[in-house]
Design a protein around this ligand. Structure first.
Ligand code: GAL
Length: 464
């Protein structure tokens, strides 16, 4: 397996910069990072921006994690992310609103096409000397190379002053932000991928009982098809097809099996009978979703919302779509954590990183933004719309819907019911290679379970 860093990956996609949604930051940061070359990602002589001094933060302002934030003169800060679906847009507006309330200005840098499209663009801008003020990455190792290239802000002082270590749980979230003992990001939510979302309408139309687990779901498929439904809605982007496989693995083989594969990178186990069962279930999933031709995950969720499809395996960001459609958990749709088999929560989700900027006022505003993102108010307002769980355990989420409450209850069970995300367990490059395999598996019915599992075991053995 050829090892490519995120920076090298980005260099090969600079062309995409022309894509709609990418705008020149114009925040005067370009000059600072000119020293950082897209190829090597190595920092040159460019001096780094000095962060706002801690004491400013402590003095005045509204609700940061530590309760106080400085209110510098209004500064515009461009924030890039890949939140473009209805639910995602509603949620990100809560972050923008909270930041604007500090007297600064959130300049939205939404990049369409999901994380796999957006991340190379973000990396290319940062390494190409055109950094934004803040940018989304998933919990894990996606920004590792940028941090090691010295182009990202160290937030340790702010994190210490605002007690992030005490506030944020589970601690693996902040661990994912930490490189060589320093903290480089603000985690904003916990998203679990371990869910099956079911259309109550589709099952009622097909006159079959709403399933309580994967087996019952598969058994109901012929009746759904007879009623003109697509049993399983599946978006045709490789990360979504990998997600379907990975959720089936945790649900059917168990969390220990998942860790043997993704954490221990155990080739023999990945090639073994336990995982063959999972590939057989993935084979069922590709048959049940054969008529699902949409690309984006939220288009697949829309099929469930409309009752055209029986269900979708997707992360709990899908909840944002049900909310925007005005649908009620338990009434219009049903959610099965762990496909109703192994109920675990996964610590996937999002964190914001802050490229180094020379502009003092913007650097202070970066701290204000990080602080506001972790304030109690923002955590509740954002996560309730996003369908994710707050990273703070001391916030009141009693207005959460039934599915979020199920997630919170599983999280409250502690370490035995929580698994790390694949992005926390392998490099982006290894994840991309696994995605390529599942894109092929779902696109080619002639690809046998045996052939796919062999390649999978090889990839896992070589994964970093
Ligand atoms: C994930 C992200 C989520 C969600 C999803 C679909 O990577 O963590 O917040 O929005 O992508 O876009």
């Amino acid at each position: 397996m050829i090892r490519r860093t995120m920076i090298e990956l980005a260099a090969s996609v600079v062309v995409i910069m022309a894509a709609p949604g990418c705008k020149k930051s114009g925040d005067g940061a370009a000059s600072e990072n000119k020293a950082v070359s897209a190829e090597t990602g190595k920092a040159g002589s460019g001096d780094t921006a000095k962060a706002g001094s801690g004491s400013d933060m402590a003095k005045a302002g509204s609700g940061g994690a530590g309760g106080e934030t400085a209110k510098p003169a209004g500064v515009s800060l461009e924030v890039t992310h890949w939140w473009t679906s209805g639910g995602e847009s509603a949620a990100v507006k809560e972050l923008a609103k909270a930041f604007d309330a500090t007297g600064n200005k959130w300049v939205d840098g939404a990049i369409p096409g999901s994380g796999d499209q957006a991340r190379p663009i973000m990396v290319a801008r940062i390494t190409g000397g055109d950094p934004m003020g803040a940018t989304q990455f998933n919990h894990g190792r996606q920004a590792e190379d940028l941090v090691k290239a010295g182009v990202m802000r160290d937030l340790t002082d702010l994190a210490t002053k605002e007690h992030w270590k005490e506030l944020i749980r589970p601690s693996s979230l902040l661990d994912s932000c930490t490189v060589d003992g320093k903290i480089y990001c603000a985690p904003v939510n916990i998203h679990s991928q371990q869910w099956l979302w079911i259309s109550n309408k589709a099952f009622t139309d097909a006159k079959v009982a709403i399933p309580t687990n994967w087996d019952e779901f598969v058994k109901a498929a012929p009746a759904l098809e007879k009623a003109g439904k697509i049993p399983l809605a599946q978006g045709r982007q490789s990360w979504q097809e990998t997600l379907t496989f990975q959720v089936l693995l945790v649900a059917l083989a168990g969390p220990e099996a998942y860790l043997k594969v993704y954490k221990d990178k155990d080739k023999a186990f990945a090639a073994g009978p336990e995982i063959t069962k999972v590939f057989n279930a993935a084979d069922q999933a590709r048959k049940l979703s054969a008529k699902s031709t949409v690309q984006d995950w939220n288009q697949a969720t829309a099929m469930v919302i409309k009752g055209d499809a029986g269900g979708q395996i997707m992360g709990d960001w899908a909840q944002g779509e049900f909310q925007v459609a005005g649908q009620k958990a338990g009434t219009d749709y049903t959610c099965l954590p762990g496909l109703g088999v192994h109920e675990v929560m996964q610590t996937a989700g999002d964190a914001f990183y802050f490229p180094k900027l020379k502009d003092e006022a913007k650097s202070r505003a970066q701290e204000t933004l990080a602080s506001v993102m972790l304030s109690k108010e923002t955590q509740v307002a954002f996560n309730l719309k996003k369908g994710s769980v707050p990273v703070r355990g001391d916030v009141d989420v009693n207005t959460a819907n039934d599915c979020m409450k199920k997630g919170l209850a599983i999280l409250a069970k502690g370490p035995g019911a929580i698994i790390q995300a694949t992005d926390q367990l392998m490099t982006p490059d290894s994840a991309t290679q696994v995605n390529d395999l599942f894109a092929e598996f779902f696109a080619k019915p002639e690809m046998t379970v045996k052939a796919a599992q062999k390649r999978f075991a090889d990839l896992i053995a070589a994964a970093k």
